[in-house]
Design a protein around this ligand. Structure first.
Ligand code: PGA
Length: 252
């Protein structure tokens, strides 16, 4: 299965900077690396069209993800962007349930579930972020927290309707803190989620599991030793093209 490396640019780079960043990443990666992996960049909504147009026009192998999508399909929801609008832009992936959205914008599991359904309906692959905060880990409820997030995100979704869901395990205490999780932490969560999915008769081939939280070119190798991780969701380190390219090369 192809490895997935997503660069989450968060609220950084305008569309011109985004295009320049994309081109730098593209020129530094060989055809083989790009064919053998899913390298994905997630710019702000305002840059999506410009970045995707460069990708389509120049036939680049890098793909684009939106950082979020509305839970609504259309209507009087000022400021929102729908899954069908993203699909029309040729966007193939979208991040949902990021802990920054859960914490800062009160995004509940129920909202994440609606977003996931909208994405699947529009043939966009969801990158579903889950992860416990430091209190939940200290109380030893990290496994049940993560399983609850997956369970509620998938509520009401029939397994026939899943093309592929990428589950990004991102412990909140590791995001942007430099306090990277140990590969054993990721393995424990992924193993338990797989057990849960199997118990619900989901086909594990319809899922891929990536890790996110302070990933950089120095710690990425540790994770590659574990079979449970299929790639990375990279925040801060994806803003440096040199660093992001190193991470990609070490992942493949
Ligand atoms: P980070 O962010 O790599 O800066 O910790 C990861 C993420 O939030 O997706």
């Amino acid at each position: 299965m192809k490895k997935i490396i997503v660069g989450n640019w968060k609220l950084n780079l305008n569309h011109l900077e985004g295009i320049a960043h994309l081109q730098k990443i593209n020129y530094s990666l060989s055809e083989t690396i790009l064919n053998d992996s899913n390298v994905i960049v997630a710019p702000s909504h305002t840059s999506l069209r410009s970045v995707q147009t460069v990708i389509d026009t120049d036939n680049l192998k890098i793909e684009t993800a939106a950082q979020d999508v509305s839970q609504f399909e259309e209507g009087s929801y000022t400021g929102e962007i729908s899954a069908s609008q993203l699909s029309k832009l040729n966007i193939k992936w979208t991040i949902i349930g990021h802990s920054e959205r859960r914490a800062n914008f009160h995004e509940t599991n129920e909202v994440v579930n609606t977003k996931l359904k909208n994405l699947l309906k529009n043939n966009i692959q969801p990158i579903l972020c889950i992860g416990e905060d430091i209190n939940q880990r200290e109380q030893n409820i990290h496994v049940e927290t993560c399983i609850k997030q997956v369970k509620e995100a998938l509520k009401g979704i029939r397994k026939e309707n899943i093309q592929k869901v990428v589950v990004a395990y991102e412990p909140v205490w590791a995001i942007g803190t430099g306090d990277v999780a140990k590969p054993e932490h990721a393995t424990e969560i992924v193993t338990e989620i797989k057990r849960f999915l199997t118990s619900k008769s989901f086909d594990l081939d319809q899922f891929q599991f990536i890790y996110g939280g302070s990933v950089d070119s120095k710690n990425v190798k540790n994770f590659m030793l574990t079979e449970s991780i299929d790639g990375f969701l990279v925040g801060g380190a994806s803003l440096s093209s040199d660093e992001f390219i190193k991470i990609i090369k070490l992942t493949i």
